[in-house]
Design a protein around this ligand. Structure first.
Ligand SMILES: [Zn+2]
Length: 416
């Protein structure tokens, strides 16, 4: 019904606009633009964690706003999906195709999350433009705390405020850093982001159904509580939109389901560009046919494709950075090097958790909570793709975004 009224209002406004002698009515427009939008990533936070009784602040934000579950993009890993959330593009289109990367145009470098120089090198990020770059280019200032890509100048642009990633920075200090950026107000912020890793870290160590994960959910909830109190103390709570997302979910990963990648193909003949739940393989020169045959034959608990033959629903395989052969593990299985398996047995000999599995598996779903003046109260969205977050964000902060792979449609029901 609301939609019908909006169309009528629009048609009326157009008719009035066409007739210059009649005073023009203001077209009905959703009051979605606020002074400030805060985007918060809770790494590996599944939607069902909200219903475990450990997250009073987040659950209250969800009840008074909108909540939902997002399907991550393939592969359901941290860097690919964080960059999807802020670019609206699938990993195949934004270039952050895995947590570990190679690129013939950047020879001799292996990109990984722990390679500090690579993380800060804009060449790895420049296949897409993150929202904070568009914002800064359009005069909307951004403060970005620990979002993948924020340590690099992209298109020669950095956010107004950012910090080098420091996993040891206490959660209260992360919140206070963002509040201090908001306080500085010169330039005033239109977008701020925050990142908390605890649910992912504990999920890997103990599995998604562990008391440790519940404690981690409580810990990130307390940090968001501190943020809410900080906004209230500044008189900003009512005008701030808060969007809480995760990059992926988490599935149990038993110790008994670790497999040595050397059982797939001779490591003397191939390089594993990635291991884990997504195995990426590049043959060494001269061994292409042999490696291809070894990898594409049937394996237990692992499905492999040539990069051009990956099922279309995964939207993956055209980017030059995708290795020639890509394999997806069955949920709960994990393909690692012998040394990584030995390390796990030595340092953490117990069942844990993992992600990177099929994005269509409900265990890989990521939390979504949105609260603020732009959002309706008590909305529960149907499952949607995480590429749809970006058009929501560009609308909230009032900048023109780049064309992405998603649309506002699936999240529109959450908006006033
Ligand atoms: Zn993650």
């Amino acid at each position: 019904m609301v939609v019908v009224y909006r169309w009528m209002a629009l048609i009326l406004a157009l008719m009035l606009g066409a007739c210059a002698s009649i005073p023009q009515a203001e077209p009905a427009k959703a009051p979605t633009k606020s002074a400030l939008t805060i985007l918060i990533s809770l790494d590996g936070f599944r939607p069902d964690y909200l219903d475990r009784g450990d997250t009073p602040t987040l659950s209250a934000l969800a009840a008074d706003g909108a909540r939902g579950a997002m399907r991550p993009s393939f592969p359901s890993l941290t860097y690919p999906n964080h960059y999807t959330l802020v670019t609206g593009k699938r990993p195949d289109h934004h270039g952050m195709v895995n947590n570990t990367l190679e690129d013939e145009a950047i020879p001799g470098v292996s990109f990984s999350m722990s390679n500090h120089d690579a993380v800060g090198d804009g060449r790895w990020w420049s296949q897409a433009r993150p929202i904070w770059v568009s914002a800064e280019q359009q005069g909307v200032h951004a403060g970005v705390l620990f979002w993948p890509g924020s340590e690099a100048a992209i298109d020669g642009v950095r956010p107004s405020y950012w910090k080098v990633y420091d996993e040891k920075l206490a959660y209260a200090d992360r919140v206070d850093a963002v509040l201090s950026w908001i306080d500085a107000k010169a330039p005033p912020l239109g977008l701020a982001t925050l990142y908390f890793d605890a649910t992912d870290t504990e999920g890997h160590h103990y599995g998604p159904d562990s008391p440790e994960v519940n404690a981690a959910a409580a810990k990130v909830d307390a940090a968001i509580g501190r943020l809410v109190e900080g906004l209230k103390a500044r008189g900003l709570y009512a005008t701030t939109n808060i969007v809480v997302v995760a990059d992926h979910g988490m599935a149990p990963q038993p110790l008994s389901r670790l497999v040595d990648v050397a059982t797939l193909v001779d490591p003397a003949k191939a390089r594993f560009v990635s291991t884990g739940s997504i195995v990426g393989v590049r043959a060494l020169p001269g061994f292409e046919a042999e490696v291809k045959a070894a990898m594409l034959k049937p394996h237990d608990h692992l499905t492999c494709w040539e990069k051009g033959k990956i099922p279309a629903r995964y939207a993956y395989g055209t980017n030059p950075r995708v290795p020639p052969i890509v394999c997806l593990a069955e949920r709960g299985w994990y393909f690692a090097t012998a040394s990584a398996i030995a390390k796990r047995w030595k340092e953490h000999p117990r069942d844990g958790g993992a992600h990177g599995y099929d994005p269509f598996d409900p265990a890989m779903r990521a939390v979504f909570v949105a609260h603020g003046p732009a959002f309706r109260s008590g909305v529960v969205l149907s499952v949607f793709d995480n590429v749809d977050v970006y058009p929501l964000l560009t609308r909230l902060i009032g900048v023109k975004g780049d064309k992405g792979d998603g649309s506002l449609g699936p999240v529109k029901a959450a908006l006033r």
